[in-house]
Design a protein around this ligand. Structure first.
Ligand SMILES: Cc1cc2nc3c(=O)[nH]c(=O)nc-3n(C[C@H](O)[C@H](O)[C@H](O)COP(=O)(O)OP(=O)(O)OC[C@H]3O[C@@H](n4cnc5c(N)ncnc54)[C@H](O)[C@@H]3O)c2cc1C
Length: 463
């Protein structure tokens, strides 16, 4: 009997009737499109894909799955699909149709449905002079990003996005729609603030916004041959900057694609990118030591907060990529030399992007209200990724990304950053050690049967 027959035999029509959205099973037109993640390398083959249109639809889908002993993988965009376990026999519960966003300008908060992407929040927030704690790409989902911490261009000033979550609405594995906030469900709120999506299916998040209209931000482009010099100078510079500066060094190898601008097409660079919450005069003073290196191209200017999504040059459209990331306690000269050896000009690597992000500042201070990722106990985050259009390219990208991680192992912070850990890993490997036990206890209370599949699995604590 095929999986389709199995699901049909389990009253597929009842599911279709209960859920306000498309339901697709293998063999049907629409199944392949419905199961497709943003990261095209992920070949997800669930028993059924439900595209819920409302929180009530999510609750119906969860109850359906519960009644049939079926596991559920909640997913918005699929930017984070790479580390997921195989979905055979499972329900892929997509929230892509749930994208409503409401801004409360007086309270400086946003409520975003679980399928919203950051662009859905950034635009209306900016109309009110506000900014959310989005990451480098506006196409990334608010839900998955925030559940995994959420590190963006305002991070050293305002911390992880998870720390700004004030409330969450979710359907528990028992099928009940609940609200977790200051006065209700403290364990669920704690888990959602950075512990990943293992305790239920999120239907909406509420979060604080910040009064940011414009910033001094941009990129300095150097030939990739100058990688070591740029990294050493930038690293020393990061010791001196205030929390208002969030920056990274980004090694970029652009493919020779005709749609890329001429100066970037087929070229490779060591780029320093930074965003400064301040004016152009003091910003120029701050970046003077980097400018003194003599970049080939300098894009620093005052920009609207809503334009931050262009700074990192992330791919806007779905692409096949393979990558992995790590956290380091520090980046002494030897660590930079090790990184340059595996990712720099002489490495013979095909990695399209190697980011070295500066942490510290508000990221290092526990967020008021706590959470599973109250802070990041590391000084820098490194993420390496390559394009993976063929199995050979995918294998090469994975090998090279792991080589970057291995080269930095002597300086490892003890765990990796949840959102950039793309190799399958348990939650304990991507959360602060102090959070793992409490998350396991919460999992045991709300999902002892491990019905919810999450990017990084949590084992329920044994009684
Ligand atoms: C181009 C690009 C740029 C990025 N930039 C940044 C960055 O600047 N900073 C950063 O921190 N990260 C960044 N990331 C990583 C990104 O945050 C993670 O991949 C994140 O998981 C994406 O969230 P999503 O909702 O878009 O993805 P999805 O794949 O849809 O979700 C990822 C996981 O989140 C959980 N989840 C999603 N929706 C729900 C739900 N409704 N209920 C319960 N669980 C749910 C599930 O476990 C799911 O597997 C980037 C990734 C890419 C590809």
């Amino acid at each position: 009997m095929s999986t389709t027959d199995t699901i049909a035999g389990r009253d597929l029509e009842a599911l279709r009737a209960a859920v306000a959205g498309p339901v697709s099973v293998p063999g049907e037109a629409g199944y392949d499109q419905a199961r497709q993640a943003w990261n095209l390398v992920a070949d997800q083959r669930p028993a059924v894909v439900v595209e819920a249109g409302s929180a009530a639809g999510v609750a119906q889908a969860v109850r359906y799955a519960r009644a049939r002993g079926m596991r559920i993988a909640p997913q918005g965009t699929g930017h984070g699909a790479e580390p997921l376990e195989p979905l055979d026999g499972a329900m892929l519960l997509r929230t892509t149709r749930m994208r409503q966003v409401r801004i409360d300008p007086a309270a400086a908060t946003a409520r975003a449905e679980a399928g919203a992407v950051w662009a859905d929040v950034i635009t209306p927030a900016a109309e009110n002079g506000l900014a959310g704690l989005a990451g480098s790409s506006p196409g990334v989902g608010v839900a998955g990003y925030t559940l995994g911490g959420g590190m963006g261009w305002l991070a050293r000033r305002y911390g992880l996005a998870a720390g700004s979550v004030t409330a969450a609405e979710l359907v528990t594995p028992g099928g009940e729609l609940v609200r977790a906030d200051d006065g209700h469900e403290p364990d669920l709120l704690w888990a959602i603030r950075g512990g990943g999506g293992s305790v239920g299916v999120l239907t909406a998040l509420e979060m604080r916004l910040y009064p940011v209209r414009e910033l001094y931000a941009g990129a300095l482009f150097f030939p990739i041959a100058r990688t070591a010099e740029v990294l050493h100078t930038w690293r020393a510079w990061t010791d001196s900057v205030p929390d208002e500066v969030t920056s990274m060094t980004h090694l970029l190898r652009f493919p020779p694609l005709p749609q890329l601008p001429g100066p970037l097409r087929g070229q490779a660079f060591a780029v320093v990118e930074a965003a400064y919450l301040g004016d152009a005069g003091s910003g120029a003073d701050l970046i003077a030591p980097l400018r003194a290196l003599g970049p080939d191209r300098d894009t620093f200017a005052m920009i609207p907060a809503a334009a931050l999504g262009d700074l990192n040059m992330d791919p806007g459209q779905p692409v096949p990529t393979r990558g992995d990331g790590t956290l380091v306690a520090g980046l002494p000269a030897a660590a930079i030399d090790a990184l340059a050896a595996v990712a720099g000009p002489g490495a013979g690597t095909a990695l399209a992007s190697v980011e070295v992000r500066h942490l510290g500042g508000a990221l290092a201070r526990p967020a008021a209200g706590g959470g599973a990722q109250p802070s990041l106990e590391a000084s820098y985050m490194i993420f390496a990724a390559g394009f993976a259009p063929t199995p050979d390219a995918a294998a090469a990208a994975a090998t090279q990304a792991h080589a970057v991680k291995d080269a930095l192992a002597p300086w490892h912070a003890g765990y990796d950053y949840y959102n950039f850990a793309e190799t399958p890993a348990a939650a304990g490997a991507v959360l602060p050690p102090a959070s793992s036990q409490r998350l396991s206890n919460i999992k045991a209370s709300y999902d002892p049967d491990q019905m919810i599949i999450s990017a990084h699995p949590v084992s329920p604590a044994r009684p």
